[in-house]
Design a protein around this ligand. Structure first.
Ligand code: HAM
Length: 415
């Protein structure tokens, strides 16, 4: 038997319904913030990601050569594609641009719970705004989308300038290595590395910075920095908005394009892969041939949100089962379309079995059974049975539709 590729999943209708419900709530959050949806191709030129996304993600890419010899890759994330789209198509649009996306990404990672090779991101990019208020808006949208989804999470907000100032005199390679260990919170390996680099003196300030929970504590480690005023303004805005979050200056982010504010969110019930959102301020447009454009965004790991939520309670859909004998078949299809036009979920029994068998099956799945035999077809009526109360009536089609809908309905069903 053929199996789906490792790290991918299939989704059955019940699961898709739950996913669409949660997706809809996140879309609604984006709409309320004035963000419009964009969509980019599933694959891009490989170079789009090698330019600035950083070695971590590049090593995980589904890269391939097409039949024309072009170097391409499935998208591992959407920020670079969306900024490419901005440079290609939207540079002249009035800024800021408020865009969101809901799409699948591909990373060749070792699969485990909450970590897949194909996964979905719900994300947003705010392009062309460069204020503390812009940073705040992006964080507040991420928070609103996650709260709309109903998931429990903790937000951590930081800023790369502080860590970078401590590591300013390290070469690029060692600095990356130090930041990667900090990102993974591997403090033992970190102090070993600092020893090897001949910089054991960095261990204490790094520890103090990563442990700082207030701006005063953090800046007492680094000394004054140009970014301080803006960061203080951001914190004031987030506090005034009533956001629940903690400051954390150990946030490094796995991707290389971030330039300032960074934030992450964690779902406490997820185990190892508990990061459900990541984002921050970055610059990419100038690398893709546009002008240097300040941007800020985030992506929520939609699959992790679904794992964290567990079972999603969905509103039950009222269901009508249309049952018929061979003589009633065409009247049954007409009846079904009247119920559907009234917005009711309507399933036609296709089994060709006797009405008794059809009714037994309907009582397990439907709220109303509509029976159309030779007699009903001839008289232009249907028999409608309320499967909860057991009450059965013979009614003209329009009246039966109103009975099943529980209200007056518009459209042909009512006539
Ligand atoms: P990221 O942190 O690489 O950031 O991914 C964002 C989120 O996608 C993660 O927090 C996680 O929830 C989810 N995710 C990542 N890898 C997987 C996986 N293999 N399986 C399931 N979920 C996964 C970005 O992608 C940036 N583009 C975010 C951003 C937007 N920054 C600015 N704008």
């Amino acid at each position: 038997m053929l199996q789906r590729p490792r790290g991918t999943r299939d989704f059955l209708p019940d699961e898709m319904e739950a996913r669409r419900e949660i997706e809809g709530r996140m879309r609604e959050a984006a709409r309320r913030f004035g963000y419009g949806q964009v969509r980019t191709p599933v694959f891009e030129e490989l170079e789009l990601f090698t330019l600035r996304s950083g070695p971590g993600i590049v090593n995980e890419m589904y890269a391939f050569e097409d039949k024309g010899g072009r170097a391409l890759s499935l998208r591992p994330e959407l920020t670079a594609p969306v900024l490419r789209l901005y440079v290609n198509e939207a540079r002249v649009l009035p800024k800021p641009l408020r865009w969101y996306y809901f799409d699948d990404c591909f990373r060749y990672e070792r699969p485990q719970k909450g970590r897949y090779r194909q996964f979905w991101q719900f994300g947003a990019e705010l392009i062309g705004a460069d204020t503390a208020m812009a940073d705040a808006e992006v964080i507040l949208l991420a928070d609103a989308a996650l709260r709309a989804a109903g998931v429990e999470f903790e937000l951590k907000v930081g800023h790369l300038a502080l860590l970078r100032s401590l590591l300013a005199d390290l070469e690029e390679g060692p600095r990356r290595a130090v930041m990667a260990l900090l990102d993974k919170r591997e403090f033992g390996a970190l102090s070993a590395l600092l020893g090897e680099l001949g910089r054991p003196d960095l261990a204490d300030p790094l520890g103090a910075l990563v442990g700082a929970t207030t701006l005063d504590e953090a800046f007492s480690v680094t000394g004054p920095l140009a970014e301080e005023a803006r960061l203080r303004e951001l914190v004031d805005l987030l506090d005034a908005a009533g956001l629940r979050y903690t400051l954390n200056f150990g946030i490094v982010r796995g991707l290389d394009y971030y330039t300032g504010m960074v934030f992450e969110g964690f779902a406490p019930n997820l185990g190892a892969e508990n990061q459900i959102v990541g984002g921050g301020a970055y610059r990419l447009a100038h690398l893709f041939g546009g002008e240097d454009t300040p941007s800020c965004g985030f992506a929520i790991g939609f699959d992790r949100v679904m794992v964290a939520l567990g079972a999603v309670a969905l509103p039950r859909q009222r269901t009508v089962a249309v049952l018929s004998t061979p003589e009633g078949a065409s009247a049954a299809l007409r009846a079904a379309s009247a119920f559907r036009e009234a917005g009711l979920r309507t399933e036609v029994d296709l089994s060709g079995r006797g009405l008794g068998t059809q009714l037994a099956r309907a009582s397990r799945t439907a709220d109303f059974a509509v029976l159309v035999g030779a007699r009903e077809a001839e008289a232009g009526v249907v028999a409608i049975k309320d499967l909860a109360s057991g009450v059965q009536e013979t009614l003209p089609l329009g009246a039966a539709v109103i009975r099943a809908a529980g209200r007056e309905v518009d459209g042909p069903g009512a006539r």
